[in-house]
Design a protein around this ligand. Structure first.
Ligand SMILES: Nc1nc2c(ncn2[C@@H]2O[C@H](COP(=O)(O)OP(=O)(O)OP(=O)(O)O)[C@@H](O)[C@H]2O)c(=O)[nH]1
Ligand SMILES: [Mg+2]
Length: 446
């Protein structure tokens, strides 16, 4: 809400803590500084100062530490005040209530960052990265979020935007002077193709997004009847999938949600992998699609069968865990079953209630602090960014083709489309609905 009022929020998690940090942004900060905190106005910027917070009725609410940031040299770009008080919810509430009485209002979700975006402190991709950095799991995901926050995407696109603008100017000049008989000076299709590839490659980094968002896909795989659906139910602690002794019970894959430590996990049960035809084959194709999209494979084997089937070589490079099921029965599996050496192995029986809980905590420990990003991966664009990058890539590729065919008016139009997509990506084209949707995902106080 760009209404020129001063908004305030608790920026640290609610509950009891050593300290709690309240933030205020807007023109009223200076007044709060001198009235509620009785500190000399104008404040000394960026200097932590001890003060007593007094309510309007003169009551002392807490001894606090305050820091004042003058706009535009603040997070939001407007005057900003940070108040660190003792982390007691009653103190926080008393200070917030007093701030409301003094004319502030409560901030909306993401309003600090949205204001920073509106004031040109961040481009839209950087604003999105603020939420990423808070939610990222694992050090590689955090590094990626930090790169996005530092404006890496904007920097990489700056030269693309420059080239596109230049090309568009050239094609328009060519169109304008096409009748004067001059020799064409244009041969830019290759440059455009290279640019299209760069944009498409950036768009493709969206495949790493779930790992940055803290969401993972764990896929149960294995031969028919190994006990995948039984394990699926045990991990979800409910009878979600049909279990039966008939091999080939599961056809369509099933999805259930599971929290494992800080990760939000989509657990997927699949059709058993086997040779077959017709429907069976269709089901197995779906299983392979799931295997490819997985962050972690849970390969289930029937330990009681001399025909227990291990994972195929083509999955050896993926992250996985081998789960020997039916360990309530004698172990008859062939010792020659090959499991990738980097996969841990787990022995259990879904018939034993305690094993489901044990499997869950094993997975939780296994996921703790783990990265699901390939080494050296530098960026992971969001779905929104990925779609716009792909739109731009398609338009640039189309422009390259049209240029080769000398259909310059249409090439100019495609270049314009590509530029529009990149402008939307960086938030240079106002779209309140997109902004509302994007910032609604933020917490209050961010
Ligand atoms: N003894 C024993 N039987 C089990 C265990 N887990 C599953 N079963 C049985 O094995 C059979 C197959 O279990 P499912 O969970 O349906 O196996 P699945 O891998 O999902 O099978 P498909 O969907 O056909 O591929 C059922 O009869 C289960 O009751 C176990 O730990 N011990
Ligand atoms: Mg099944």
């Amino acid at each position: 809400m760009a209404d020129g009022t001063t908004f305030a929020a608790l920026s640290t998690p609610p509950g009891m803590s050593g300290i709690a940090v309240l933030r205020l942004s807007g023109p009223g900060c200076r007044n709060i500084f001198s009235s509620a905190l009785q500190l000399a106005n104008p404040p000394i910027p960026r200097m932590a100062t001890a003060a007593t917070y007094r309510a309007r009725n003169g009551e002392t609410l807490d001894r606090v530490l305050v820091t004042f940031f003058f706009g535009p040299n603040s997070y939001t770009g407007d005057d900003l005040l940070e108040i660190s008080c003792h982390g007691n919810p009653a103190i926080v509430e008393a200070i917030l209530s007093d701030l409301l009485l003094r004319g502030c209002r409560m901030a909306e979700p993401g309003e600090f960052t949205r204001t920073a975006f509106r004031n040109g402190k961040l481009d839209l991709c950087q604003a999105e990265a603020v939420a990423d950095l808070i939610h990222a799991r694992g050090t590689a995901a955090i590094r990626i979020a930090q790169r996005h926050l530092a404006g890496e995407l904007g920097k990489r696109l700056a030269s693309a935007v420059e080239i596109l603008r230049d090309m568009r100017a050239r094609v328009e000049a060519e169109l304008e002077f096409s009748d004067d008989g001059r020799e064409s000076f244009l041969s830019p299709s290759e440059q455009l193709l290279a640019l299209g590839k760069l944009l498409a490659d950036l768009a493709a980094t969206r495949r790493h997004r779930p790992a940055v968002d803290g969401t993972l896909r764990l896929v149960l795989l294995g031969a028919p009847n190994a006990g995948k659906s039984s394990l699926f139910n045990a991990l979800l602690a409910r009878d979600r999938a049909i279990v039966s002794q008939t091999a080939g019970t599961t056809r369509d894959f099933l999805e259930g949600e599971l929290a494992l430590g800080p990760w939000r996990v989509a657990l997927v049960d699949t059709a058993g992998i086997c040779e077959g035809d017709g429907l069976e084959q269709l089901a197995v194709e779906k299983t392979w699609e799931q295997a490819i999209a997985a962050n972690l494979l849970l390969w289930v084997l029937d330990a009681s069968s001399s025909n227990a089937v291990g994972p195929p070589q083509k999955l050896f490079k993926k992250n996985g865990i081998a789960i020997w099921n039916k360990c309530d029965l004698p172990f008859l599996a062939n010792a020659a079953v090959e499991i990738p050496p980097h996969w841990p192995q787990l022995h259990l029986s879904t018939r034993r209630a305690a094993d489901g809980a044990a499997a869950k905590s094993f997975l939780e420990n296994f996921l703790h602090g783990r990265d699901f990003l390939p080494d050296g991966e530098e960026l992971a664009v969001t779905l929104r960014q990925g779609q716009l990058l792909q739109d731009a890539a398609n338009a640039v590729a189309a422009a390259a083709g049209l240029w080769t065919e000398r259909t310059l008016d249409l090439a100019a139009e495609e270049l314009r489309r590509a530029l529009c997509a990149l402008d939307s990506l960086l938030g240079r084209r106002e779209n309140d609905a997109v902004l509302d949707q994007l910032f609604a995902k933020f917490c209050i106080g961010k």
